[in-house]
Design a protein around this ligand. Sequence first.
Ligand code: SAM
Ligand code: GPP
Ligand code: MG
Length: 296
Amino acid sequence: MTTDLTGTAATDAAPAVIPAPATPYQDDIARYWNNEARPVNLRLGDVDGLYHHHYGIGDVDHAALGDPAEAGYEAKLIAELHRLESAQAEVLLDHLGPVRGEDTLVDAGCGRGGSMVMAHQRFGCSVEGLTLSSTQADFANKRAAELGIAERVRARVCNMLAMPFETGHAAGSWNNESSMYVDLHDLFAEHSRVLAVGGRYVTITGCWNPRYGQPSKWVSQINAHFECNIHSRREYLRAMADNRLVPQAVIDLTPQTLPYWELRATSSLVTGIEEAFINSYKDGSFQYVLIAADRV
Ligand SMILES: C[S@@+](CC[C@H](N)C(=O)[O-])C[C@H]1O[C@@H](n2cnc3c(N)ncnc32)[C@H](O)[C@@H]1O
Ligand SMILES: CC(C)=CCC/C(C)=C/COP(=O)(O)OP(=O)(O)O
Ligand SMILES: [Mg+2]
């Protein structure tokens, strides 16, 4: 599938039901993502039909990129950025532990659904995605229908602080760059409720570093850019501990995400936020972190 740059994709899947947002803030966030159509996201997704709204990790393959002066370099650059974003989702999935075909996983804040498709393709399981944006849910469901996996991969318009699942229903759940829109105690209480005892929760997130002191000006700039509220690393660990989520792995991915940002800053698809990410990662005020936790 390819998209035009408005992000519009006519859907033959059932339209997502649209409940009222829980707060005026959620209304703003729904509107933000309904209107989002940045080329940096759509052009990368068009590479192979996996549409992400998260960032990349891993070393840049300079041999694959070739010479910037050569014809076709920009297409190679887009493919490389996309490869690094998919590599990020693979690392998140690596930390879910064993998942069976009969299991259900929950993608809280699923965006256009790229990670959901990857999870289903890897484990053969069902994946339920939640987003505040009806445009994103429709997009993800259309993509799942095109792939013939709509019975196992479904996105819904729903607040992840009130998930439409029975207690203990999910074998695993995650937030991929979507936890900075909610209160962490509310979020982890809800993950803890829907996860089976022994289930696994994983997040990849940007968080401010308590060692820096307070959120830096770069962190404030990222918050303003995305209308989000980045939490500290300490807040994540405390809210997990308070909600029966026991960390099994806490991995600082900052050194692994910097090459993505430095490459992205050279592309024609820059959005203007690259400097804030690069400077805050370099001055130590901001970290890109994976936390995998057991529901006990
Ligand atoms: C940066 S995008 C990440 C999308 C996706 N996880 C990915 O990796 O491509 C943030 C997502 O969080 C969702 N979100 C924010 N607050 C939410 C809430 N309270 N309930 C459900 N989804 C929410 C937005 O709708 C959006 O889909
Ligand atoms: C790590 C942090 C703080 C993330 C904030 C959440 C966010 C907006 C992620 C990327 O979305 P995107 O892929 O739509 O953004 P962009 O257009 O910049 O690629
Ligand atoms: Mg992006």
